[in-house]
Design a protein around this ligand. Sequence first.
Ligand code: C2E
Ligand code: CA
Ligand code: CA
Length: 575
Amino acid sequence: MTILVIEDDAIIRKLTQKILTNAGYIVVEASNGEEGVRLAADYSLDLIICDVMMPGLNGYDVLAQLQQQEETKMIPFIFLTAQAETGQLRRGMISGADDYLVKPIRAAELLKAVEVRLKKYTRVKQYYAEQLDQLNAKDTLTGLPNPSSVEDAFQQIISQFPADLDSDAIPPTALLSISIDRFPLLNEYLGHGVVRQLIKRVAVRLQGVLEKYGLIASLNTSEFCALLKPLEHRYEVTGIARELLDVFSEPFAIEGHQDIFVSLSVGIALYFRDAFTLDKLLNHAHTAMVRVQQQGGNQSAFYSVAMNVGRFNAVSLESDLRQAIENNELEVFYQPKVNLQTGKVVGAEALLRWFSPTRGLVSPNQFIPLAEETGLIIPIGEYVLDEASSQLRRWQMAGLKDFYMSINLSAKQFTQLNLHHRLSQIIINNQLQPQDLQLELTESTLVNNGDASIRRLKALRSLGIKIALDDFGTGYSSLSYLQQFTFDTLKIDRSFIHKIHENNVNATIISSIIDMAHKLGLKVIAEGVEEQAELEFLTQFECDEIQGFLFSRPIRAGEFLSSPFIDLDTLSQTV
Ligand code: C2E
Ligand code: CA
Ligand code: CA
């Protein structure tokens, strides 16, 4: 530690220097203010002790000058002052000194003041060093470069392409958006400490593959981006992405967790094909990555214009959809729900189908979001509510017992003012029991509407209607957080169920979700069950109900009762 002592009185200066040197500090001496300012710029100092009264530059002047220099303004500054001058000290403190010592100097007092100031300064320096690290070079957790280095590398690559190069001749340069699948849940179930270590190790694996091909950077805790060196052919990217996914087939072992399986979603955008600025490429790669995530992850996909095409076609799709309602092109299909303990069909989910004369069968994934945006979801939702409820009544009349109807409700419908009233009307008109109806709501619908959601849910549940939390595992909220919204059933999303028997982490997470849900008094249903092995897992974890192609696709109302899976026991003897 180096300390500068500025003092015109040679005896006091020498005394101060001795005390400090004996205590192990390196001391630089200045006999006047001008020299002090000069030396402060030359040395890398940790502290300055400066007399107030000096000929030429006095102590205040020295301090003022040092505060104007970037390199010296942070250095702790202690005034030395005679007893008679203490009245003036307020001025010294106001001008930014950190402390003052009154002459005559006592060793203990001096050393104490020095120590306190140095400690504080060291902390400040560390803090700034970390901040600087973050800003300049590396992600503090993963040690990977940050996105600005990708920007630099990108500019360098494209500046090497001759300006007059035919666009077809530009070597494809790929930008990858990489994210850890189901990160929020990993975080919740492994705990913060383990997850931090996991991220570091994930970064090492990513780096291990990507350093051969280009550059990888941390975007945030669970997302990375990589810039590959120009390739000969764009199909090479697929191989590289494959290699990336493959190094994650081996589990991680961290602190007693032996089998932490991590999978990635990788989105790819290409210079020059998809865009020619880094921002746009990042956006496109991100869009492709999100698409992969939505399909269950552990894949890579090239960005395609079709991924944004929803926006493009929205206008004509909207006018077609308006027609669809009038022309009766909409039909409700029903997918059975099976109780795993009894093996019986205990309910159905109403799923909308649009048979367009010009477009063919349009997926609800395409038109529901549009209907939501344009407000068309209100009449469409009315139609589904009416249709599904009267269908339920018809089935009950035909003798179907202990059976409930589940209806999806999107955000706009949930926040509609007369929803409560409409539902009670429907129940009365169709002579239903309220508990025969279940509404499926997603976490985002609930979370985005905050306190209002809590009140609405209460009102609906006071009618006796059941509420299911749909698509659990795709959003970002945790089960404990969602507990503030009272509901009856937790519905685990199909992307989570997919190949659950081959994914130890998901299996562990799902078993703890089921466990926790049961402790909270919730029923658990799994959707998208396609394989026998998935079913076996879910049975073993004591999941209550399942839904999925393994058992039945969504089918027409007319096929429902005659299906082989409707156990005659569930139909009363009167039929
Ligand atoms: P969701 O609520 O998550 O519905 C489940 C989706 O998974 C349905 O897709 C269903 O057909 C599909 N599915 C069921 N079993 C399996 C399986 O074993 N494997 C696979 N791969 N898929 C399976 P669908 O019918 O295309 O509906 C898509 C989404 O559209 C629904 O997702 C729901 O969010 C929305 N939706 C459908 N009908 C309505 C409706 O009447 N109102 C509202 N607001 N939204 C609806
Ligand atoms: Ca649903
Ligand atoms: Ca779902």
